[in-house]
Design a protein around this ligand. Structure first.
Ligand code: SF4
Length: 492
């Protein structure tokens, strides 16, 4: 392992985000920066708060990261400076930590070896781990990957699998991790419940790790496999691949990836996201039939719910129509403190096709309701187009519990379905009928055994102490406050 030097550039553009996760990539090949850049563009939906790439050329690391979209932080001009045949990249949505530029990934340490690391997920016992590092390691941020990196570095003698094993013994939470260890190679591992997605692929002598299979498809890599729960994979300097089960666990993949987070053209843990969303539509149709609703038209709230709305419309024999057109170029550059301002923002973002809505019984289809604020505003936009009645169908069951594994589900007090019945939510949204997916429908659509559904049923895949819940929620509130009133608009 080599001593290393680091070279870092930062960017100072900040924009707000509409998605709720992170995405990671690691590539071992030749001059990898451009491929990672293209891959990060394909993962942009997973995080729009910050982006970064670190590469290694056998002598030193090169890093460029900052707050903003991939195309704002990384430009054609900056890529040639990111030299080397090994690299990792990251896009971030802050669910915890400050969301400041200091929290942008990847993170670097020089001691005892040069290591850069990025991750997707959330460490539940972050504060205990941070405390346990004490004076041994200096931390410079509130990002949980910095804690993972320092535990890893602290336990790295020669064998990265052992160091990852130390993390798995100590860490409670979700973490798909990719790293470069100077002189050793590209090393990746996935937590023992495999909560967050993580896939491994190959193109000739080049290897790739990524959060979603769409990255492999776009870059022309073949899928080798999804990393198994608790598995680590090392691609060394000579491209020799070593795979080990570090800590065997039972899979509890995040089911919300299929409902909302992942791209429809991805396949996660051998399940097509697009097909899962079609199945959700067929299951949702059963609820529509049970309630005896007869809409004139089925309209998706773009973009995630489109396949669900298509399948639902087919199933109930009603025309599918685009009734809301989304302007994807409106960025969150406004601070919105009043309802009137938020509704105006939604009107800029979603424009109704009046002819498709006026005088009709409209069945709107959305992926989920978190606080209800955005849904209420979208309903208002549709109402202004003069429909006869509005029904609201949701791909997901009621969200009653926060997520502690890296999805921004707010805090318990902010989840509308935690305190209110479905009838009360219907009244808040001011719709004529509200139809949620059932938990059984969700299980039939996607699967029942290998999934975390804790935000719906409260059955968390890892044991979480009350203290840890409060700590995470407190940190999250700070992030939310920082994002001011725009936090209410994350669902659009
Ligand atoms: Fe996914 Fe919900 Fe589990 Fe979080 S709690 S990992 S969002 S299924």
């Amino acid at each position: 392992m080599h001593a290393i030097y680091s070279y870092q550039l930062t960017t100072h553009q900040s924009i707000n985000s509409s998605r709720k996760m992170c995405g990671i990539i690691g590539i071992k090949g030749q001059c990898v920066a451009k491929e990672i850049f293209v891959g990060l563009l394909a993962l942009q939906h997973r995080g729009q708060n910050s982006a970064g790439i670190s590469t290694y050329d056998g002598e030193r690391f090169y890093t460029k990261k900052g707050n903003g979209l991939v195309s704002q932080v990384l430009s054609e001009n900056s890529l040639p400076r990111l030299k080397g045949g090994e690299g990792i990249g990251h896009v971030r949505y802050p669910t915890i930590g400050s969301g400041d530029e200091e929290d942008a990934q990847p993170f670097l340490t020089n001691s005892p070896f040069g290591i850069v690391m990025a991750h997707n997920g959330n460490v539940v016992n972050y504060f205990d781990l941070r405390h346990s590092l004490g004076e041994k390691r200096h931390l410079n941020s509130f990002s949980d990957v910095e804690v993972l990196l320092n535990i890893f570095a602290d336990n790295l003698k020669r064998d990265p699998f052992e160091a990852a094993g130390a993390i798995m013994e100590m860490t409670n939470g979700a973490y798909s991790v990719v790293s470069i260890i100077a002189g050793l190679g590209l090393f990746a591992f996935r937590d023992p419940q495999a909560i967050r997605p993580f896939i491994f692929g190959r193109r000739g002598e080049n290897y790739i790790f990524a959060s979603e299979s769409v990255v492999l498809q776009i870059l022309g890599y073949d899928i080798i496999k999804d990393l198994a729960p608790g598995e680590g994979i090392l691609v060394d300097e000579k491209c020799k691949v070593t795979q080990k089960m570090i800590k065997v666990g039972t899979p509890r993949h995040c089911i919300f990836e299929y409902i909302y987070i992942a791209r429809p053209d991805s396949v996660l843990d051998n399940i097509s996201v697009y097909k899962a969303r079609l199945s959700l539509g067929r299951e949702l149709a059963k609820g529509i039939k049970r309630k005896g609703i007869k809409p004139d038209v089925v309209v998706p709230i773009p973009d995630t719910s489109r396949p669900t709305a298509i399948a639902l419309a087919e199933e109930i024999g009603v025309p599918y129509r685009e009734g809301l057109i989304k302007n994807r170029y409106i960025l969150r550059t406004f601070i919105m403190t009043t309802d009137a301002e938020r509704i105006r923002y939604i009107k800029y973002k979603l424009n109704p096709l009046i002819d498709e809505l006026k005088g009709k019984k409209v069945l709107l289809v959305d992926d989920s309701i978190v606080r209800g604020t955005t849904s209420r505003q979208i309903v208002q936009v549709v109402k202004n187009a003069g429909p006869k009645e509005i029904y609201f169908a949701i791909s997901a069951p009621p969200i009653r519990n926060p997520c502690y594994y890296g999805i921004d589900m707010q805090t318990r007090g902010e989840l509308i379905a935690r305190e209110k019945s479905e009838d009360e939510i219907r009244d808040v949204l001011k719709v004529d009928c509200l139809i949620y997916q059932t938990i059984n429908g969700l299980k039939r659509a996607i699967g029942k055994d290998a999934f975390c559904m804790a935000c719906f049923d409260g059955d968390y895949p890892t044991r979480i102490k009350g203290k840890e819940m409060l700590e995470i929620e407190e940190k999250r509130k700070k992030v939310t406050r920082k994002k001011t009133a725009e936090a209410a608009l994350f669902d659009v």
